[in-house]
Design a protein around this ligand. Sequence first.
Ligand code: PLP
Length: 362
Amino acid sequence: MKIPINVPNLDKKEIAAIIPILKEGSLTSSARYGGKNVREFEKLAASFVKSKYAVAVNSGTAALQAALYALDLGAGDEVLVPSFTFIATANAIVSTGAKPVFVDIFAENYTMDTKDLEKKITKKTKAIIPVHIYGNVSFIDRILEISKKHNLRVIEDSAQSLGSKLKGRHTGTFSDLGCYSMYPGKVMTSGEGGFIVTNNKKLREKLLMIRNHGMVQGYDSKIFGLNFRLPEISAAIAKIQIKKLPKFLEIRRKNATQLSQLISDFKVKIPKERKNERVNWYLYTISTSKRNKILSKLRSKGIEASPYYSRPVHKTPYYKNKIKLPITDWAASHVLSLPIHPKVSSKTIEFIAKSLREILNE
Ligand SMILES: Cc1ncc(COP(=O)(O)O)c(C=O)c1O
């Protein structure tokens, strides 16, 4: 038996929802506001995170690109971003012509180190992209203070943090633009997909154009854009998933709490919520110097523990940046995420904890 790190959670509701779309052949719409399912999903997404507007796109990467294009970032600009993230965050910056400048993280919760952030601001810096990694909320109050002081824009990479909150407010809604992913491994899915939220009407209008080649009424491109449209089938799936999301998040929290209790005496660093923070428990991540040994032993028992991310972005062959990021390097060799998604039962959580205990006692 394999226990995957994350899996899509679909049932007959999603299957039933896509059949009429296939029968009608209404697969997508290049109209300004998109197809029926896209428009309905956007209403649900905006209301879920309590933002004025949501614009659906066809991936989390596209969400980041659209957000960067909407802020007119490009050649000659620098964007501050953690290296300890999925590569998409940096790649989206490169796709605009701007340069990603890598910032270290705090060991506390693996999010952007605000002291290092401030040190890396130059005359060319235009924006900051904090990543709420694993669902952990970045030190967003401080990041916003720094952004105001230096007149920088902020885009939140909330791909992993849909449902996470700080002081009751959703990640993705603190800044100009919040970007989410609906990839199958995420807390909810549409197959491929993503969305951007904003309270700014002008940015919303711009995002609608960017997702559709910069057009407003068709063949009248006013700004640069691409095809970032979310297919109707994906939007129909997303509509059902976002309604199920509160339940999914509740089970993740229950599983995380149970696992934390069972491993509280282990010599590993256990994830904790800080005061006023409510994480979505997308990835339950421990850190330990015995990471590689634990990883292979858990895997031999069918527990698909995963090291997100054993190679930080700045160390990939494409970026091969010589910058020194000590905490990022430490995290890359110490972190290990354990399965706690809604399909993991309480018995399985016990099995994971027991297996971990055996390995640590060897
Ligand atoms: C932090 C982060 N940013 C961006 C993305 C990109 O999202 P997508 O895979 O939907 O393009 C992901 C997820 O894959 C992610 O984890």
